[in-house]
Every structure is written in C-alpha cells, then in structure tokens.
Write a protein that binds this ligand. Structure first.
Ligand SMILES: [Fe+2]
Ligand SMILES: [Fe+2]
Length: 198
C-alpha cells in the first residue's frame, strides 16, 4: 500500500471492517491506545540504553520517547474524561510476533532489525489511526487521531533513517522488503479486535 497523504511504506491496507469494529468499541480502542503510547516511550528508551555509544540514535530516540509520553498523557486524559478503566494487564501479540522475528544477533544487523521493527510499528499505527478517523463520528477521537497520526508518520521515517546508516543501500533494501512482507502476512491474520494492532 502506498498512502499518498502519509507516504506509508506498508504492503497492505487495513480493511474498513476493522475500523468499524474499533469505532463500535472506542473504550477498548482508547485503553489499548494508551498502552501503545506508553510502550512506544519505553521501547525507545530501551533502544537508546542498548546503543548509548550512538549519539545520533540516543538523541533522536530520547526525543521520540518524550513525544510518546506527551501522547500517552493526551490519551490518558481522554480515558479519564470518559471514566474508562484502562486495565492493568494488556498484551500486544502483534508487536510480540514482530519482536520474536528478530533473530539475527550479529551487529549491526540486530540494531537494524530493532529499528526496522520500530518503523513498522509506527507505520501500521499511523495507518490504523487514519482508517479509524475515516469511520468514527466521535469528534474528540477524530481530533486526537488527526493530531497523533502525522507524528507517527514522522516516527516511522526516523526509525528507518536510523537503520539506513548501518547497512549498504542494497542490503538495507532486501532486509526492509523482508520485514515489510513479514508484517503484511502477520497483519493479514488480524483486523478483528478493537485494538490498535488487533
Ligand atoms: Fe505516539
Ligand atoms: Fe510514535
């Protein structure tokens, strides 16, 4: 899929039926969304901590983490105003499956794969926000997604650019293509839950 507005790299488009499922259960969507923003901040910090010797990476990922914290607060405020209890135990099998597919422990391949997975998570989140925005008639959620969507579009590109520094162009292209195909196949099995990546 090539989204002309957001210029996303993804190979597939989420079916409208997912957006209808999510818009029917915005309480569950928003609770999951808050968890995704929190996890995005933590994952960025964990990656920065792992590669502290890479000043450019640390600089950009810590800035990203701060942005994700702002997103988290914003979604949290919407949850509170709607008296939605976010719940304590949340899991994201889609993200877990991506992380599990990082098998190469050699560097710089491991670092590249972690960054490319970050790019995929941001890109798919952005795509899902856009799909939901097209369907929901909840003005507050529409505004929230319209504000956060462009940030996630910028984030996927940032992760990708960080990965691109590490490998020759052709090696990166092959690796990225393999990840895009993996993500497409993984996502094809979903679309039935009112969660960001469900
Ligand atoms: Fe975010
Ligand atoms: Fe993000």
């Amino acid at each position: 899929m090539s989204d002309p507005i957001l210029d996303l790299p993804l190979l597939s488009e989420t079916d409208r039926s997912w957006a209808e499922i999510a818009s029917a259960r915005l309480d569950l969507f928003l609770a999951d969304h808050a968890g995704c923003e929190q996890q995005a901040a933590l994952a960025a910090l964990s990656l920065a901590d792992r590669y502290l010797d890479d000043a450019d990476l640390v600089d950009r990922l810590t800035s990203l983490a701060m942005e994700e914290i702002v997103h988290f607060r914003r979604v949290g405020a919407v949850l509170r105003s709607r008296s939605i209890y976010a719940g304590r135990k949340r899991s994201n099998p889609w993200v877990q499956a991506l992380l599990k597919n990082i098998k190469d422990r050699r560097e710089p391949h491991h670092k590249v794969d972690r960054l490319l997975v970050g790019a995929l998570i941001e890109a798919r989140s952005c795509e899902r926000f856009t799909r939901l925005m097209e369907v929901t008639d909840d003005a507050e959620v529409k505004e929230l997604l319209a504000d956060l969507g462009p940030a996630e579009a910028r984030h996927w590109r940032m992760f990708y650019d960080l990965a691109a520094r590490e490998l020759p162009q052709e090696d990166l292209r092959i690796r990225w293509q393999a990840w895009l195909e993996f993500e497409r196949d993984l996502t094809a099995g979903g679309g039935r839950l009112p969660t960001v990546h469900g």
